[in-house]
Design a protein around this ligand. Structure first.
Ligand code: PRP
Length: 204
């Protein structure tokens, strides 16, 4: 059982699996089924934030998860391989041309722990406002001074009048494994990891 996140990571993930000789094209079919049997594996389609939960509790043996989510949640799982997809950055961003907020900035984010750690390391104690999505709206509407969010192409920031203030950290996507499954299905997991490693190496 492999937990995978719905959304933009699916296409590059299916392409990576294909290079590893695993046909997971069924993940891209446009139906509402949340369990997909394809390429000899059973996949669970989940919200990205839920992937580590399923893997940590053993409802899924393996998962595909952004390091942004892993750093925020710190699940008790193995992380045997970086998949080299979904490469982006966690950044602080604010309105174009606005001076950096002084004192105690109000920060909107769906990554409260990472945001608090980032500002805390600079001796700043921000007021964190937790939001689940469309984070870019927060500075536009006055909900917050700045945001801490993921940037991939930069289009969402630009189209909402925001610019990067600083990079918090680079983010990519990892294969994660339940600690018991990793030992119980050691041969199968290692075989899959080796195939994925081969595909990654071939891609340079
Ligand atoms: C993410 C992120 C940004 C956007 C950045 O949101 O929160 O809003 O992607 O991508 P870009 O730099 O390529 O424009 P996502 O699309 O995952 O949806 P969400 O707002 O519901 O979290």
């Amino acid at each position: 059982m492999v937990a995978v996140p719905k959304g933009r990571i699916l296409k590059p993930l299916v392409a990576l699996f294909a290079r590893a000789g695993i046909d997971s094209a069924g993940l891209l079919s446009d139906d509402r089924s949340l369990v997909r049997d394809t390429g000899g594996l059973r996949f669970l389609l989940l919200k990205p934030d839920d992937v580590p939960t399923y893997v940590e509790y053993g409802a899924a043996d393996l998962g595909v998860c952004g390091r942004d989510v892993l750093d925020e949640r710190e699940p008790d799982v193995y992380r045997p391989l970086d998949l080299g997809i979904g490469v982006c950055r966690l950044v602080v961003a604010g309105p174009v041309g606005a001076p950096p907020p002084g004192g105690r900035p109000r920060v909107a984010t769906k990554y409260p722990r990472s945001a608090a750690a980032h500002f805390g390391a600079r001796g700043v104690q921000p007021e964190i406002v937790y939001v689940q999505g469309s984070v870019e709206l927060a500075p536009v509407t006055g909900l917050a001074d700045v945001i801490v969010d993921i940037v991939e192409t930069g289009t969402t920031l630009a189209e909402n009048g925001l610019a990067i203030v600083e990079t918090v950290k680079p983010v990519s996507t990892a294969l994660i494994a339940n600690r018991v499954s990793y030992k119980y299905y050691a041969a199968e997991v290692r075989a899959l990891v080796r195939r994925l490693e081969g595909a990654l190496a071939a891609a340079g």
